[in-house]
Design a protein around this ligand. Structure first.
Ligand SMILES: [Fe+2]
Length: 200
């Protein structure tokens, strides 16, 4: 080890649940409805929602990467507002880690959601996530958050920074294999007719 190497300063962050903020975080991005073309399957409902859009973000992510290099963690807060486009619930774009063997942990902070996970080979899982629930996303699983409740879904996540994200894998497949859709007052999954399989 290089004698001159400096240790990163230990970091402390606080979650502001009501405002969906990660105090002490350093990065933020927002996704607005017009940014999410192709994510929802009902083109007509999406166009109608865009026409009526008030400009509030659908979701935002506040995060911090307190150190760099091998072994570093990115810690973040994902905040997904409730809503429906056709019979689908508000959701994040979703991704596979660019280095797909890297896992991730999600912790439910507020609201009622589903983590939709799919393998390239064809398996699907839909895991409810509510306050106090921990979801482990193993390596190799494409994942997205879906807000199936009436309130904002807030989750805390952490992953190895070097994992990166491949957002194109879902778009290239015509969407994820399963859709998370309304079923009365509840939710269910049904096959996405536009899904053409994931590239290997
Ligand atoms: Fe991830």
């Amino acid at each position: 080890m290089c004698a001159a190497a400096r240790l990163a300063e230990p970091a402390r962050m606080t979650v502001d649940i009501a405002r969906g903020l990660l105090a002490g975080g350093s990065e933020r991005y927002e996704k607005h409805l017009p940014d999410l073309a192709g994510v929802y399957r009902d083109d007509g409902a999406y166009a109608e929602a865009v026409a009526l859009d008030g400009g509030e973000p659908v979701y935002w992510v506040e995060s911090s990467t307190p150190e760099t290099g091998r072994g570093a963690l990115t810690i973040g807060l994902s905040v997904l507002r409730p809503g429906r486009i056709g019979d689908e619930f508000a959701m994040t774009r979703g991704h596979l880690h660019a280095q797909s063997e890297f896992a991730e942990l999600y912790y439910g902070v507020a609201g009622s959601g589903v983590m939709l996970l799919e393998s390239v080979e064809g398996e699907s899982r839909a895991l409810p996530i509510t306050p106090g629930v921990v979801v482990h996303v193993p390596g190799g699983w494409i994942h997205r958050s879906v807000n199936v409740g009436d309130d904002t879904l807030v989750t805390l996540f952490t992953y190895a920074t070097e994992a990166g994200q491949d957002y194109g894998i879902i778009a290239d497949a015509g969407g994820m294999r399963q859709l998370v859709v309304a079923d009365g007052d509840d939710w269910t999954t049904r096959p996405n007719p536009d899904h053409g399989g994931y590239r290997a």
